[in-house]
Design a binder for this molecule. Structure first.
Ligand code: MN
Length: 260
């Protein structure tokens, strides 16, 4: 696969997204979930594998309820540099809209250790790549919001659908699972794990919240796209922003849908 699709869809003179670069390491295991207010709001699950970020767009976002299977449409591989991208893709560009680092951490494939679910074939899948090819990848997430066991299960193709693109993202039953409103982690924890900002604040180029900035110093260098705007925002807008943060937050997703 590689990154050719990623590069061909984007004009790097216009978008602040990172250019495709070969990864220096093919052995890492970072994961990130981007919250992306494009034509419609969705969540992009990305798992580092083979030097790229394997990526799925999840329209409804992840649920902690194992009975809530969420459609996950596989999209083009993204470069590893993309994991820290947070900012705004200009209107008219591919994926135009606001991108938030909604969650991140490490992922661990659970391939040959765990028995398959009842009724499933028992073939040993020794690598994550093999599991992905076979259409059933079980893994554990250690993120700030998403934890415990998860599965990506490929759906059978229907006529007219692109082959092999549609998967389900399913929470496995464990101590990190939840039911009812507690399962709706996207509603309970809507903001960036990188900067503490809401989608609206990212769109406005607001600075990272101070606590979050300190917590994320290890990730310095990630806010290039926003630095110019962050400086402007400091010049008198900060107080107004604080007063309206909760109000904006309430309208955030509705606003995101309007931004087409
Ligand atoms: Mn997206």
């Amino acid at each position: 696969m590689g990154l050719a699709d990623y590069g061909s869809k984007r004009d790097f003179a216009r978008t602040p997204e990172p250019q495709p670069r070969p990864a220096s390491s093919a052995t890492g295991n970072l994961f990130v979930v981007h919250k992306h207010a494009a034509r419609s709001l969705h969540y992009d699950l990305r798992l580092e594998m083979g030097g790229v970020l394997k990526s799925w767009a999840v329209p409804k976002g992840p649920s902690l309820d194992p009975t809530q299977k969420r459609l996950a449409v596989q999209v083009e591989d993204h470069p590893l540099d993309y994991a820290d991208f947070e900012g705004t893709i200009p209107e008219g560009q591919y994926g135009g809209g606001t991108v938030m680092v909604w969650d991140r951490g490490q992922w661990f494939p659970e391939t040959d250790a765990a028995p398959p679910p009842p009724g499933e074939p028992a073939e040993l899948l020794t690598t994550a790549e093999q599991a992905l090819q076979a259409g059933r990848l079980r893994f554990r997430l250690e993120g700030q919001k998403l934890r415990g066991g998860w599965a990506l299960v490929r759906l059978r193709d229907r006529p007219g659908e692109q082959a092999g693109k549609n998967w389900l993202l399913i929470k496995e039953r464990d101590e990190a699972a939840a039911g009812g409103s507690a399962a709706e982690i996207t509603a309970r924890a809507p903001n960036s794990v990188k900067t503490g900002r809401s989608l609206a604040e990212i769109a406005d180029g607001a600075p990272a919240s101070p606590g979050e900035t300190r917590a994320n110093e290890a990730h310095a260098g990630e806010t290039h796209a926003n630095e110019a705007h962050a400086g402007e925002a400091h010049a008198g807008e900060t107080h107004a922003r604080e007063m309206h943060t909760s109000e904006r937050h309430a309208g955030e997703e509705e606003r995101a849908r309007r931004e087409r």
